[in-house]
Design a protein around this ligand. Structure first.
Ligand SMILES: [Zn+2]
Length: 95
């Protein structure tokens, strides 16, 4: 079974638009950030939209690629990352 990946849309500006490699659903990426502002500032400017992007991605996986969502979740649980997320909102609950 092919794995769904969140990947930048070919030909788009870097980090600007992402798509699901399986069903080509598009996600708004991270706006233009000038890498010359320095590594720390760059990371800071990225962290919020990056978190939002991955939240959207998880919300997409849940209804569209459920098996992968479960796989990813199991993997995260193994690392102890999903714990606080599991106590919070369910990515699919708004659908
Ligand atoms: Zn998809």
């Amino acid at each position: 079974m092919p794995k769904a990946n969140l990947r930048p849309v070919p030909g788009s500006r870097p980090f600007h638009v992402f798509e699901c490699s399986l069903c080509k659903t598009r996600f708004e990426g991270i706006g233009p950030v000038d890498p010359r502002i320095g590594h720390a500032a760059f990371e800071a400017a990225f962290s919020e939209p990056k978190a939002a992007l991955f939240k959207e991605w998880n919300a997409h996986l849940y209804p569209a690629h459920r098996r992968q969502w479960e796989f990813q979740r199991a993997k995260m649980e193994k690392r102890g990352v999903a714990k606080k997320e599991a106590e919070g909102e369910n990515p699919g609950s708004s659908l």
